[in-house]
Write a protein that binds this ligand. Structure first.
Ligand code: GUN
Ligand code: ZN
Length: 377
């Protein structure tokens, strides 16, 4: 088959370096080169960054969220406008999280049962119900390229018995999601989500059950939920290399630059995290020299670029003194310029990882980042 006729869901691995993989995932809105960092656009917009700017910094895919888009503006309103791609003017791939995580993490009053989860809107307190079938129907209305199954993200510190029962239900929910949108019923892909908390055998059990369901990709959920970093790495190192080899692997909601490199080293292909955009708005900027807190007085008259090694609009155009000035003045442009830079840093990190895997130099790349980022965070 030629490049143009590859079916959505096709995943091809071109090179490996240790467990790290260089691949291409085909979607209905084009190919994604992996490993990939996916900017988070919860409300159908990456905060402070236009689609034009997202393309300039080479974003291949963005995230949207079922929970937020269902509550506002509503998935049917989006469907009437031809789907989220048209509505938001983003013609590249979109992945939507199922909303399960938000229902659980926003700690809205909720009731979990075999049928699904009842929750209250964070907007107006109104009652709603998500079943596995419902979240697939919502994601179908949104028209995302990659849909996620409804899962229960068990937090840190839940006991073994609870975690075990929860992962079994997550498996049954995953089956119901697949049944609501069987393989081949359309152009949208569906990923299963491995849970099992911080018990390795339960992680394996969750994976074994999910791997029997034909998903186009598999995600690791339930990490970065308040646990110590060594615990997260312990689970990540144990389970990531065991995920199906021939399918894309997605580590949900993780993490720092070093976490992403750790994920890649263990065979993960896809990442999303709010750190770059959230930190940008707080004035914390990632650079090739380490983290910069732009509000610090030392930058008051610093005429040099934020990161001389960065090719983004912010770094090509403005000085640290100016970025500090607009940050301390609480100007809107500050959030925008900082977000463009931080996203570019994360996108560049995964671009470098892809290049390194191709050249068999991934270990060196990691060492380079560890030299700068190991001391903090
Ligand atoms: N985002 C970060 N972690 C998770 C998770 O465990 N489940 C889902 N659905 N989304 C997530
Ligand atoms: Zn920059």
């Amino acid at each position: 088959m030629t490049e143009n006729t590859k079916k959505p869901g096709t995943f091809k691995i071109h090179a490996t370096d240790g467990n790290a993989r260089l691949g291409t995932l085909t979607t209905a809105h084009g190919d994604i080169e992996t490993p990939v960092y996916m900017p988070v656009g919860t409300q159908g917009t990456v905060k402070g960054v236009s689609p034009r700017d997202l393309k300039e910094i080479k974003s291949q895919i963005i995230l949207g969220n079922t929970y937020h888009l269902y509550l506002r503006p509503g998935d049917e309103l989006i469907a009437r406008r031809g789907g989220l791609h048209k509505f938001a003017n983003w013609d590249r791939p979109i992945l939507t999280d199922s909303g399960g995580f938000q229902v659980f993490s926003l700690e809205s009053i909720r009731k979990i049962s075999e049928q699904g989860v009842e929750f209250r809107s964070y907007l107006d307190g109104s009652k709603h119900f998500f079943s596995p079938e419902k979240v697939i129907s919502i994601q179908n209305n949104i028209g995302s390229d990659i849909m996620m199954v409804l899962d229960e993200c068990v937090g840190y510190g839940n006991d073994r018995e609870y975690t075990d029962r929860s992962l079994e239900m997550t498996t049954r929910w995953a089956k119901r999601c697949r049944d609501a949108y069987p393989v081949g019923s359309g152009d949208q892909l569906m990923f299963g989500i491995v849970q099992g908390g911080f018990h390795k055998d339960l992680r394996e059990k969750s994976l074994e059950q999910l791997a029997e369901i034909p998903f186009e990709g598999y995600a690791i959920g339930g990490l970065s939920v308040g646990e110590p970093i060594p615990d997260m790495y312990d689970i990540l190192r144990h389970i990531a290399p065991k995920l199906p080899q021939d399918k894309p692997r997605y580590l949900m909601g993780v993490g720092t630059p070093l976490d992403i490199l750790e994920g890649i080293a263990n065979g993960v292909d896809m990442f999303d995290c709010v750190l770059p955009t959230r930190n940008a708005r707080n004035g914390t900027l990632y650079t090739s020299q380490g983290k910069v807190n732009i509000k610090r007085a030392q930058y008051r008259e610093d005429d040099t670029p934020l990161d001389p090694n960065c090719d983004c609009y912010t770094c090509r155009t403005f000085s640290k003194a100016y970025l500090r000035h607009i940050y301390t003045s609480k100007e809107l442009l500050s959030a925008q310029l900082n977000s463009i830079h931080n996203l570019r840093f994360f996108l560049n990190l995964t671009e470098q990882a892809r290049e390194a895997i191709k050249n068999g130099t991934f270990a060196n790349l990691r060492k380079k980042y560890e030299a700068v980022y190991a001391p903090v965070e």
